[in-house]
Design a protein around this ligand. Structure first.
Ligand SMILES: Nc1nc2c(ncn2[C@@H]2O[C@H](COP(=O)(O)OP(=O)(O)OP(=O)(O)O)[C@@H](O)[C@H]2O)c(=O)[nH]1
Ligand SMILES: [Mg+2]
Length: 244
């Protein structure tokens, strides 16, 4: 039997997916530059980073002016990729970190979403790529470009945990040197799995000790008003340590 030609719908979908992937990648490159290449050399002390400053008047040399304008020294950038299945809490994490209240309900990210947060020594760019099935295909294209991966898991989504595990391990295999912070989100929910269970079910015990993989409990946007341990601060502090 002759092979069936691909239907126009399949071709159109394939084309749209390829275009979306390319657009995401170009936007990433444009926005974030050369990624991990720009990191400080590990041997170099991070506190060697100087604060942004304009040249002092007595440092000004008119001959220099012909070549270039005195430029404001830019802060170094650090890049953090935030991934996880749809509904895990990635956008909520970015909102809370940037001081905005969580949104009511789940509004899926159809592409990517980013925030830039300044610190004393560098700026941190956090990039979320949506977790819906058609976007997961593009995740792997970005992991080698960043300094840290944050992988957000819905601790109460027992049914889809095997999918989360599979996607996480694909990313771990893609870049063996990338530090990974797994955020066990929604710990406020009564059906949330314990940390021990999550560590086992996500296959984190089997990971080589040499590799930097952290599992942190969190309730980024707890449902009840009385929950006191949101965990976002701990994640941020760990990120700053890893990025320094
Ligand atoms: N109970 C509870 N709900 C949370 C928590 N964090 C986030 N949520 C809710 O989870 C839902 C999904 O959150 P989002 O941040 O939009 O999920 P996402 O990972 O960005 O999803 P996609 O963009 O589709 O990939 C929202 O209704 C949030 O309010 C939490 O700690 N506890
Ligand atoms: Mg989102």
């Amino acid at each position: 039997m002759a092979p069936r030609p691909l239907g126009p719908l399949v071709l159109a979908l394939g084309g749209a997916a390829a275009v979306l992937g390319s657009v995401l990648f170009i936007l990433w490159k444009t926005y974030f530059g050369r990624g991990r290449e720009r990191r400080w050399d590990r041997g170099e002390a991070w506190w060697g980073a100087e604060a942004a400053r304009l040249p002092e008047w007595d440092e000004w040399d008119p001959e220099d002016e012909e070549d270039e304008e005195p430029a404001l020294e830019e802060l170094e950038q650090r890049e953090v990729l935030v991934l996880g299945l749809d509904g895990a809490g990635k956008s909520t994490f970015l909102r809370v970190l940037s001081g905005k209240p969580p949104l009511e309900g789940h509004i899926p990210t159809w592409g990517f979403n980013s925030v830039r947060l300044p610190t004393k020594d560098f700026e941190v760019d956090l990039l979320e790529i949506g977790g819906s099935q058609n976007l997961r295909f593009y995740w792997k294209e970005f992991v080698s470009e960043v300094d840290v991966l944050v992988f957000v898991v819905d601790s109460a989504d027992r049914l889809r945990l095997p999918w989360a595990r599979q996607e996480l391990h694909k990313l771990l295999d893609k870049d063996p040197d990338l530090p990974v912070v797994v955020v066990a989100n929604k710990q406020d929910l009564s059906e949330a799995m314990s940390m021990g269970e999550l560590q086992r079910e996500l296959g984190l015990q089997a990971i080589d000790n040499q590799r930097e993989v952290f599992l942190l409990a969190a309730s980024i946007a707890p449902a009840g008003p009385s929950f006191e341990e949101p965990g976002t601060v701990h994640i941020w502090k760990l990120l700053l340590e890893l990025l320094s």
